[in-house]
Ligand binder design. Structure first.
Ligand code: SAM
Length: 181
């Protein structure tokens, strides 16, 4: 899993860098660990932000957080804090090219349905890095580099409102790709 803070877009679709949200680190690492993902790459180009994420991670692995709530240690150990999405793809591939899968609330042509994504992951293949955006979503350059764009989680509402928090979207997609029935 990769939680991308750059390149993402803002409401005017300008490419921006967002700040790390502490609850994202806890929530997404717990969900990812639950579903058996190896790592959650926190992608941030600003060193001070990466240091903040590293401090949170250390607190819950070696610090008082780990003593108070030992169950948080394992998920937080899956956090890997990196500079760029390319670093995450390289690290995750361990010499092999990882496949980049992307997610979005928007409909688009040639998306892979979640059930098909589940089948793909069940079979043989290269390591897969599943990227989630922040802000108003992943930048176009990330979609352009992706091997797979997963279908959006759709809403039964008449107005189709489906803008989920990244935490909620990640948990739903994890369950659809890897959940046990
Ligand atoms: N500040 C927001 C927050 O607190 O979560 C960040 C929103 S961010 C754009 C939401 C991310 O979650 C998207 O980039 C996408 O990766 C995922 N997402 C949100 N809604 C989704 C949906 N309906 N289907 C698939 N992915 C979705």
């Amino acid at each position: 899993v990769a939680l991308v803070h750059y390149p993402v877009i803002d409401r005017s679709r300008d490419v921006v860098t967002t700040a790390i949200t502490n609850i994202d680190l806890h929530d997404i690492s717990r969900s990812a660990h639950t579903y058996g993902f190896e790592h959650v790459y926190i992608v941030h180009p600003i060193a001070a932000q990466r240091e903040l994420a590293e401090r949170v991670r250390t607190h819950w692995i070696d610090g008082s957080g780990a003593k108070r709530i030992p169950d948080r240690r394992a998920p937080m150990e899956t956090l890997a804090i990196v500079n760029t999405l390319e670093d995450a793809l390289r690290e995750h591939g361990r010499g092999e090219t990882s496949e980049l899968w992307v997610t979005s609330a928007s409909v688009a042509p040639n998306v892979v349905e979640h059930a098909a994504g589940c089948e793909l992951l069940a079979g043989e293949g290269p390591p897969v890095l599943l990227a989630f955006g922040t802000g108003w979503g992943l930048a176009d350059s990330v979609f352009g580099a992706a091997h797979v764009r997963l279908a959006p989680i759709l809403s039964p509402r008449g107005d189709g409102y489906n803008h989920l928090s990244v935490r909620a979207a990640a948990a739903i997609i994890f369950d659809r790709l890897l959940g046990r029935r």
